[in-house]
Design a protein around this ligand. Structure first.
Ligand SMILES: Cc1cc2nc3c(=O)[nH]c(=O)nc-3n(C[C@H](O)[C@H](O)[C@H](O)COP(=O)(O)OP(=O)(O)OC[C@H]3O[C@@H](n4cnc5c(N)ncnc54)[C@H](O)[C@@H]3O)c2cc1C
Length: 403
């Protein structure tokens, strides 16, 4: 048995950012980070688009709106300060038709309320920003959307968590033994406060603490396809999304290294780490996910049936590619290459209302904190979101603030 002040389960961007914030405020606290994999950022945090979002999609009363603008600024500063790869290329949101044009204005309104720098540009001036973007009448230009190498960022944060912070790799949270003890696959750990930032398994861990019982996670798979000609674009190009669901639609992303890809899809997956083939298959998860997906399908909650059909069609490569073609004026479709590393979104479902939860969710027990639904843009928001989480931990632990 070992003893520590704080245990954090999960070394994605959220777990390491919380540890960084705690270490900055309280260098004397002993912190243990548990990660079940051989390294950090093996799941969503190392398998995403790496886009630092500007913060204009989210309704102004949401936690996402509250943390994305500042999160973008803090992570940008961090990358610049530590010489990490960042491509500050900016982004264009384009409209397909008159109906989507209204979506452009709605995004601008939301952005204005959230304090995001944005510009509505007409077709002519759009050419000066991104000559290959195709839009109906007007487009939205976001200068502060950039892109990083997400794995590089998480590894850098983790490597610099010196002092009283220990990272235990290949060590999996297994069970809550009692109010102050958990067991892993290797040992028992006694703690004062437990923080759950376990991404795709955050709901399972929270349930052991009696927290978040009405929630379950539904995995959605994000596939990417590379586009080999780097000269196609200068900026990310996104469609106007359906603001009623949490996904942004297939778009063009320029990576931090200047490569181009389309994606991600949001295909319902059948188990939590269902990346390729039958990798990480779990029978229990399969039946559980199938149960909820069937329920959503039958009740057609939040129009899940059409979402599922639409997304499943994207397994068909030609259909997937077609979703991106209307975003650009000219493209050579023979330049689409291999599928890239896919990611899985840990999307929270409220099992009582059968609704996908749109915002981040943080719930506290007496001596535990659970981060549920750290969906996009939780990568972008991580530094500011973790300040908020640590404020809550501070209160519960009765720590004296020195910051
Ligand atoms: C396809 C895709 C594209 C995205 N694009 C963007 C984007 O462009 N910009 C953006 O801001 N956000 C994006 N996101 C969202 C972003 O990736 C996530 O919000 C963020 O990575 C969540 O971080 P996390 O630390 O909560 O989860 P994770 O990175 O999944 O980390 C959780 C960690 O917990 C570990 N773990 C799980 N169970 C246990 C256990 N029992 N014991 C120990 N460890 C455990 C896992 O191994 C994992 O390392 C995207 C997500 C996906 C899937």
């Amino acid at each position: 048995m070992i003893t520590t002040d704080i245990v954090i389960a999960g070394c994605g961007i959220v777990g390491v950012s919380i540890a960084k914030e705690l270490r900055n405020r309280y260098p004397d606290l002993n912190i243990v980070l548990l990660e079940k994999e051989h390294s950090v950022a093996c799941h969503a945090s190392g398998r995403n688009s790496g886009v630092l979002h500007a913060g204009f999609y989210y309704s102004p009363d949401s936690l996402k709106a509250r943390f994305t603008v500042e999160g973008n600024r803090l992570l940008t500063e961090y990358c610049l300060r530590h010489n990490l790869t960042i491509n500050r290329c900016g982004k264009i949101v384009v409209a397909k038709d008159e109906k989507e044009l209204e979506g452009i204005f709605e995004l601008k309104r939301r952005g204005d309320k959230n304090g995001v720098e944005l510009e509505i540009v007409d077709e002519k001036s759009l050419e000066t920003f991104e000559p290959n973007a195709r839009t109906f009448d007007k487009a939205l230009y976001s200068p502060n959307t950039s892109v990083v190498n997400p794995t590089e960022v998480v590894e850098h944060i983790a490597q610099n968590l010196s002092g009283n912070v220990k990272i235990f790799l290949r060590e999996k949270f297994i069970k809550r033994e009692d109010d102050t003890t958990i067991s892993t696959n290797k040992q028992k750990i006694q703690f004062k406060h437990f923080i759950n930032s376990a991404g795709l398994y955050a709901d399972k861990i929270a349930h052991q603490f009696g927290i978040g019982q009405k929630y379950t996670l539904i995995p959605f798979k994000g596939l990417y396809l590379e586009y080999k000609d780097k000269n196609l674009l200068r900026k990310h190009i996104y469609p106007v999304p359906n603001l009623k669901n949490p996904f942004l639609g297939v778009h063009f992303t320029i990576t931090a290294a200047g490569k181009i890809k389309i994606g991600p899809t949001a295909i319902p997956a059948f188990w939590r780490e269902n990346y390729r083939g039958i990798s990480n298959f779990s029978m229990g998860e399969f039946f559980e996910v199938l149960y909820y997906e069937s329920k959503l399908f039958l009740t057609n909650a939040f129009r899940f049936r059409s979402l599922a059909f639409e997304e499943m069609k994207k397994y068909y490569r030609e259909y997937f590619i077609r979703q991106a073609l209307h975003l650009v004026k000219t493209i050579d479709t023979t330049q689409f290459g291999d599928y890239l590393k896919p990611g899985i979104r840990a999307q929270l479902l409220d099992t009582e209302t059968l609704k996908l939860v749109m915002d981040f969710v943080v719930e506290h027990g007496e001596n535990s904190t659970h981060i549920l639904n750290a969906v996009s843009p939780a990568f972008t928001s991580a530094f500011s979101f973790s300040k908020f989480i640590v404020d809550g931990v501070e209160q519960r632990m009765g720590l004296k603030t020195k910051h």
